[in-house]
Design a protein around this ligand. Sequence first.
Ligand code: ADP
Length: 402
Amino acid sequence: MQAARGVLVLNAGSSSLKFAVVDPDTGAQRLSGIGESLGDSDPRVSWRCDDETGHLALDPGAAHAAVLDYLVGELLPAQPALRAQLIAVGHRIVHGGEHFAQSVLIDGDVIATIEDCAALAPLHNPPGLLGIRAARRAFAQLDQVAVFDTAFHQSLPPHAYLYALPYRLYREHRIRRYGMHGSSYRFVSERAAALLQRPLSALNIIATHLGNGASVAAIKSGTSADTSMGLTPLEGLVMGTRCGDLDAGVLIHLAESLGYAVAEIRALLNRDSGLLGISGLSNDCRELERAAGNGHRGARLALEIFCYRLAKYIAAYTVPLQRVDALVFTGGIGENSTWVRAQTLEWLRGLGYRLDSARNRQMRAGAEGAITAAGSPLALVIPTNEEWVIARDAARLVAAQE
Ligand code: ADP
């Protein structure tokens, strides 16, 4: 039997760093944790290792490097067996532009290219680079691998990825649609094929990843044919705090008539909109469902707009796919919200979808399976596991160079 192996998976956000030690063969996570409020006055780390949990306050202003220092200097040395299992570090990187259609071993050239892509994702790539630099220092002897959210969507055809802008903006500045959540789409489409006991190459799937960020993808034979996120993760669905699709004329109006500065527009669209902006209450789907149940009008409206937009995207993706073998719900909302799934399928009655309410209620908290009635096109709930995809890619790339 092969000895247990572990990949340290790092997912760096602007003020957070999630970490996990993932077995690439089974997906099991022996250690998982998060550093939060990094760079703020009260940064902290919390973690779980088997049945043990821990919390630690970091020094005010401490950032990503401090979390890794703690991981390398204290947490892992206290778990020598786990430390000895590590074979690689896998980094989630949001934007790889057109440079990366798959995961890669990280070297100086790869870092320089990710830096170039930061112009396309100023909010997302810099923290990823912070994580890479800190991990290269902390784990000098381990291979580092970058896994890009955008890579899966490099298969998009030009009619799906081009905006109707002057073509030179694409030619000279690579302004186009890129798409995100690629690791999640890879995981759930492979899992759907396993559940249906059919080869992925023979399946057409519409997958919806509904978390704080949310997107939809049309997946044909295991490759992305269209997706709702664009140059940045702002386009497409209504999200926790992002607006999704918007008439670009609104931006002109905000700037010209209402005097908004660019930084204010960025904050408005990314942080103050979506479920939070409409409801005036919260970006958290659970809280909105509770409030809507208690008669909060804004919460109800936010959830209704969320489901309506989602249903429209799902219907639209019958265009590239023609035949749809499975509709998949994943992400925190997709995996848990019976209400969102029911409302969305209600809008899709015209395409023949019929919910099985009892099954829908069962699909939560990690459950996996169908939520549709006999005779309906199939809709599945599949819990995603992006960390496992990252760990598998890292293990494969490390093995390939041995
Ligand atoms: P992230 O994009 O940050 O990884 P997640 O995939 O964890 O986000 O999804 C977070 C969202 O999932 C939140 O809106 C949260 O309210 C929602 N969610 C989690 N559990 C439930 C639940 N039981 N019912 C409804 N929504 C839920």
